[in-house]
Design a protein around this ligand. Structure first.
Ligand code: UDP
Length: 405
């Protein structure tokens, strides 16, 4: 049996209509046989993984052989890339010669272990970007950056320029993320959710109840939730602070769901701090179980994504798609998704978030109307078929010399 999440293009017909499916098929036919590779740094957790799962499956279904490779790094390498991650999103940076060496060695090793003789190669984020220094190109090499580039650390941008300029294209999320100092053609493609993923499946009330009960999440009060990695840019402490403030006015339960951090010291520290703050009405749960994520997104009175920096924030589109309004930080890609007052609220402080939690819990009718508006917005702009089509257009746009005959 083919697992549900390995949907084929035809399966989206009832959601996006015949015209879209036929247009995509036609575009894919022109690229048939083109061999594409993607490389990123993890198979676990996060928006990049969500997108690659769907994109690679769909491209293969369309006759564009597409594979997905994984970078192999050391613990110290991931420490360096974590610092780079923070610096890309506006943190401080001390990129010493030693750290550069750690980074560059992993790039060289991975370049040696991998043959990239594909017609197009995508390297995702800074974790894999430096492999381009070792490229023997047979087609376009594309740097896909998933991070918030609103205010990147200039020293890091200066360092990454040596790599960025070797690509044939850089694809960021928003127009405003483009980097003036890079000498590479730059495009923007908005991320998207897969409406046929298990996580997007509509659960019946009993399934929701059973799944939440399994994690000892009480159903006697409205649920407020944030489903995110325990990353400081996602502001998990701000969410708890906002909830505690809101609790003076409404009775609710907060569920902080997140993948238990593996090897990230900073995320581990945040996780431990949140565990310390747990109480009967503030629960921290592991968010690996996708049916639990679905149950939370569908049952919650309100979903939060109170990020301070956010490349896009797939969790916002996911919640809107299942009809739940979202309170989101006014950062990065979140304002692309939330129309303030229509399908959720944009907030810039703990106080504002608290105030909006109270407002949505106090007025379920308005919350439901906002959820409906959210679903419509996602249908128009943030479904995987649109993202697939954008990538087909991107690939078709390269010079003819790159396209196999
Ligand atoms: N996610 C999940 N369980 C968790 C935390 C996150 O399934 O405990 C999923 C979430 O539903 C979304 C993705 O991971 O599909 C996170 O993507 P997003 O763009 O919001 O953030 P990123 O982690 O890429 O910064």
């Amino acid at each position: 049996m083919v697992p549900e999440h390995l949907a084929k293009l035809n399966d989206y017909r009832s959601i996006v209509g015949d015209e879209t499916i036929e247009r995509i098929r036609e575009k894919a036919t022109a690229l048939r046989g083109m061999r594409v590779a993607h490389m990123n740094s993890t198979y676990h957790a996060g928006g990049v993984v969500e997108i690659l799962l769907s994109l690679t499956t769909l491209q293969n279904d369309l006759g564009i052989p597409t594979e997905w490779r994984l970078l192999r790094g050391t613990e110290e390498f991931y420490q360096v890339t974590r610092e780079m991650h923070d610096a890309i999103q506006a943190g401080d940076l001390d990129l010493t010669a030693e750290k550069q060496q750690i980074y560059e060695e992993v790039m060289a090793e991975n370049a040696m272990r991998n043959q990239f003789d594909h017609d197009a190669v995508y390297l995702h984020d800074h974790h894999t970007m430096g492999i381009v220094a070792h490229a023997r190109k047979r087609g376009p090499w594309i740097w896909r950056c998933h991070l918030d580039l609103t205010e990147p650390n200039p020293d890091l941008i200066a360092y990454l320029k040596q790599y960025a300029d070797r690509f044939d294209a850089m694809v960021c999320i928003l127009e405003q993320y483009k980097q003036q100092s890079f000498d590479v053609p730059q495009f923007s493609i908005l991320p998207a959710i897969d409406p046929l993923k298990p996580k997007s499946r509509k659960l019946d009330p009993q399934e929701i109840e059973d799944r939440l009960a399994k994690y000892e999440i009480p159903l006697d009060r409205p649920i407020v939730t944030q489903i995110s990695r325990f990353d400081r840019w996602k502001d998990p402490h701000g969410v708890v602070d906002a909830f505690e403030l809101a609790s003076d006015e409404v009775d609710a339960t907060l569920v902080m769901a997140g993948n238990r951090p593996a090897d990230d010291p900073e995320e581990n520290e945040i996780y431990d701090d949140l565990i310390e703050r747990q109480h009967e009405r503030m629960l921290v749960v592991d968010g690996t179980d996708q049916t639990l994520v679905a149950a939370l997104q569908q049952h919650a009175a309100v979903v939060l994504q109170k990020s301070l920096r956010e490349g896009f924030g797939l969790t916002v589109a996911e919640a809107l798609w299942v009809g739940t309004p979202v309170i989101g930080g006014n950062a990065g890609g979140i304002p692309e998704q939330i129309d303030h007052g229509t399908n959720g609220f944009l907030v810039e402080s703990v106080d504002e978030a608290a105030h909006r939690i109270v407002e949505l819990i106090d007025d379920p009718g308005r919350a439901a109307a906002m959820g409906r508006a959210g679903r419509q917005k996602v249908r128009e702009r943030f479904l995987i078929t649109r993202l697939l089509e954008d990538h087909l257009d991107l690939l078709a746009g390269f010079e003819a010399r790159f396209i196999p005959t």
